[in-house]
Design a protein around this ligand. Sequence first.
Ligand code: FUB
Ligand code: ZN
Length: 657
Amino acid sequence: MNELPVTSVHIHDPFWTPKLETNASAAIFHQWEQLEKSGCIDNFRIVAGEMEGFREGWFFADSDAYKWLDAAARIYAFSRDEKLKALMDELIRLVGKVQMTDGYINTYNQFHFPGQRWVNLQIEHELYCLGHLIEGAVSHFEAAGEDSALKIAQKAADLLVKDFLGKSPDKTEGHQEVEIALMKLKQATGREEYLKLAQHFIEARGRVFPYAPLIYFQNESHEKRKAFVRAERDKYAAAHPGYDMSKVPADNPAKMPPNIRQRRNINALQGLYNQQHAPIRQQTVPVGHAVRYGYFQTAITMLHRLDGDKSLLPALQKSWERMVTRRMYVTGGLGALPDIEGFGNDYELDPEYAYNETCAALASLFWNWEMALALREARYSDLFEWQLYNAAAPGISASGHTYLYNNPLAVRSGITRKSWYSVPCCPSNLSRTWAHLGKYIYSVEGEALWIHQYIGSDATPWPDTTIRVDSNLPFSGLAVIKLTLPAAKTFSLNLRIPSWCSEPGKFTVKLNQKPLEFPLSTPQKHEATAQGYDPRPSTFLPITREWNPDDQLELTFDMPISLKKAHPNVKDHAGKVALTRGPLVYCLESVDNPGVDIFSVRLEPASLSAEKSDLFGGIILLRGKSTSGEPLTFIPYHLWANRGDSQITVWVNQGAA
Ligand code: FUB
Ligand code: ZN
């Protein structure tokens, strides 16, 4: 199945439209200000010779400018905001000036180590940065219809083809991303060599035996280079008394489990950390850094889409199943281990250590969309929906000015939304995904149309057909679908029935006010998941008929409050429940529950009810009582930390002790 061009889908949704407007009018400009303030854009000015100064930030800081360009371009495609265009043009001009004649760009090396390149590929992210440049340039080309950024990106990509195509497996990037970018560039330009290089990187991964010496020596070299940079910075500061050493803000702390440093080292030496431990068709378990894992799975699935290699699919399916059943939080969050920023062992899902980086959730969205296109199974779009609301949406505040990087399920103190991070990978990743939300709602193939998400929107799947979805999700379960056709037309409409109301009798479909009957499918038995959320019962309901102009479908999904329980193998979860309703996970936040110890309170499940409130512009809260009669208020998890410092917990004790 194929996605629709994103600009052919127009979102008008009571839940999403305000968020997309905040993204376009506030978040993207806030992010630019922060990139300026932290020195990220000045790095380009300095290397371009336009200002004097010291290059700031992590060795991969360039990627944040490029990802901002990607987000800005995708927003510009809809907003046509001239102020945004001017900022994009300025950034593109600078990047063009920094680019070396053979296509190379990396302000870290160009400033600190001129003449050096591709030194520590497993660690230093040069190809990751160029990948984000390429993605940003493709978005800019598609949005602005100009090739100023695309030319730069192609020149860089041509250098990559020259230096890496057909080379040995140690010449692969430590942080996957460039593979996705090269495939997008192939789609934008038609140039086969970009697809070939992406395929080469994907197939070469996990084929360095043994891997440990490679990463060990690159790490030693990387540490030496970092020490050199630190010493240079001290010298620069001593020679420039006005120099501000604190441009880069501090991160939120992550609560660390015991032995995490040793686990990280072992993980890295085995190649698990960056999925270099085995060739791709043998990678059937989610391991290592969760963002790299998600980007890599996305790239492999995209490769299948572009070159039709079906042998890529079984490992992807197995890995997905293992992730969903044993290595994913009830929120859809990925990454039980801080420091590794990635997966722990099966059922290792501590709510306080939970890292659940926002980018890991976004990477999973990208992957699940590709899986949905490849396999036409509703489970992937179901997980997309769940992670969209409960793992990605928590990452950005209502104002669009503050962000969460790690997303634990229990916070006692010290974690809150911040206006910026020393590693600001999540904000622009969120913004570019929000701007492309329309892409994930529909897909088509021949005479068939799929609805993956019930997000209010208009689309034109075929030149003579318009579809309009009006939706009350995520707070109530009504979606109305209207078709506009010039004449009667036969096609198949595939409606996703969400996992959260897939049981018979929990949903109804009416066509022009009359209920439609469907044969009931026998529910399949599945291994219980680690945290109670299971996307696998979701299905596509196909309706194939001759549709008349102005036909209208009305879908009603039941939304009872559901109490999820963890698998007995998950430590310390016995007797606890997580509350969900429709596609939303709820939590107790201290600000709504004064005087209650949210970590020890015991919920009386029979007391629970859903209630409309004025909070956050009108949301549904869950209200209940503790076994000793204290009132309890639960808010959707994605909204926590919008009202100052607070404690939260998703898992609560239930019933008498
Ligand atoms: O290393 C680049 C990005 O920054 C990763 O994807 C994130 O986990 C963060 O470390
Ligand atoms: Zn991130």
